[in-house]
Design a binder for this molecule. Structure first.
Ligand SMILES: NC(=O)c1ccc[n+]([C@@H]2O[C@H](COP(=O)([O-])OP(=O)(O)OC[C@H]3O[C@@H](n4cnc5c(N)ncnc54)[C@H](OP(=O)(O)O)[C@@H]3O)[C@@H](O)[C@H]2O)c1
Length: 338
């Protein structure tokens, strides 16, 4: 915990023209918040970055209100309650929620909704496997993908936050899991640490050829984090009654002109397959069920998580930019006030 306390915010200051740049943000000094009745003072320790932020910055993600210029940058965070006038969150409670890019904040726990983090969990885990990331993997893979014992599951973006959890959940269901990720280090991690059966380095291997070799009977489930060419390869290799889970499409997030659709979509017809998108927030009522299941998998050691952590509040824009070049293994976080 820091000894000298001062507060800063990072504001969203300009819509990106193409790729996100540091100039899209402003770091400002602000006073330490004072506490009103019913409020808590939270010291932020970790903030998470997500590819979806690009859509919020462009006012393109139409499932959520767009960011306005001058807003505190929106984002999930985790920290410690330093002072409390709210019995629900006593001093010392570990909390997470949409804290925004702030070092310190005061909230009654509703204006900025707070969740108490289970005492057995760490703050990074609360933003990764027990946060929106784990919940996305859980509902996307288990509710939509529905992997079965012995089925073949392909996951793209597998070396990132959501993909690494989604693939493990399929493995825990008894499926054979193949990950697609950029670079040998990520592929080795998937196989040796997370128990994936195989991994394809899409940056140095021919993905279409490798999917054919590794999945001769086709894919029962494809969990898509990236879209583009890899989605097309998956569509070309579907098994009968396959499920294609559309979680994300990062390969299109930086494209400003028209984007080509998947050429091989008609294979959905031939294979009697289904392709379904989802937004994790629609499952909010079932979050407690999912967190309990994820905690059990963590406790049993069946599920692992990893974070790539940049040090320093001012690193937030760079951490976000790094997602688009694959700089992260597992969940990209920024450590603040530590
Ligand atoms: N539907 C929902 O409710 C929901 C909720 C949360 C997240 N998502 C989506 O889930 C996906 C993963 O999010 P995350 O937070 O877990 O991020 P992440 O996977 O931890 O980070 C993004 C990863 O994408 C890969 N990537 C970047 N550009 C790429 C490209 N052009 N082609 C292929 N791969 C590329 C990079 O890994 P490589 O090194 O492998 O390239 C990078 O590490 C995103 O598309 C996000 O929008 C959806």
């Amino acid at each position: 915990m820091s000894t000298e306390r001062y507060n800063q915010h990072i504001l969203f200051s300009a819509r990106p023209q193409g790729e996100i740049e540091p100039a899209n943000f402003d770091l400002i000094d602000v006073p330490m918040p004072s506490l009103n009745t019913g409020e808590v003072l939270v010291e932020v320790h970790y903030l998470a970055v997500e590819p979806a932020m690009k859509g919020w910055m462009e006012a393109r993600a139409d499932y959520m209100a767009p960011l306005q210029i001058g807003d505190v940058m929106r984002g999930q965070g985790a920290g410690i309650v330093l002072q409390s006038q709210n019995p629900k969150f006593p001093t010392g409670t570990m909390v997470s929620g949409p804290l925004g890019w702030r070092r310190y904040l005061a909230t009654d726990g509703r204006s900025i909704p707070l969740r108490a983090i289970p005492p057995s969990a760490s703050l990074p885990a609360a933003l990764n496997v027990l946060g929106i990331t784990g919940l996305t993997a859980y509902f996307g893979m288990l509710d939509i993908g529905k992997p079965q014992m012995g089925s073949t599951v392909l996951v793209s973006g597998a070396g990132g936050a959501t993909g690494s959890i989604a693939g493990q959940l399929a493995r825990i269901s008894g499926a054979r899991v193949i990950g697609v990720a950029g670079g040998r280090e990520k592929c080795d991690w998937l196989i040796s640490d997370l128990g994936f059966d195989a991994a394809i380095d899409y940056k140095s291997e021919n993905t279409a050829q490798r999917v054919l070799e590794l999945c001769p009977d086709g894919l029962d489930v494809y969990f898509d984090n990236v879209g583009g060419d890899i989605l097309d390869v998956a569509l070309n290799n579907l098994a009968e009654r396959a499920r294609v889970v559309l979680c994300g499409g990062i390969s299109r997030y930086n494209v400003s002109g028209p984007i080509a659709g998947p050429v091989n979509y008609f294979n959905l017809v031939y294979r009697r397959a289904r392709m379904e998108g989802f937004i994790v927030l629609d499952y909010a009522e079932r979050f407690p069920e999912a967190i309990e299941a994820l905690l059990q998998h963590l406790d049993s050691g069946e599920l692992r998580h990893r974070e790539t952590i940049l040090q320093g509040f001012e690193q937030l824009p760079q951490a976000l930019i790094n997602l688009f070049s694959g700089g992260n293994i597992g969940k990209q976080l920024v450590a603040v006030n530590t």
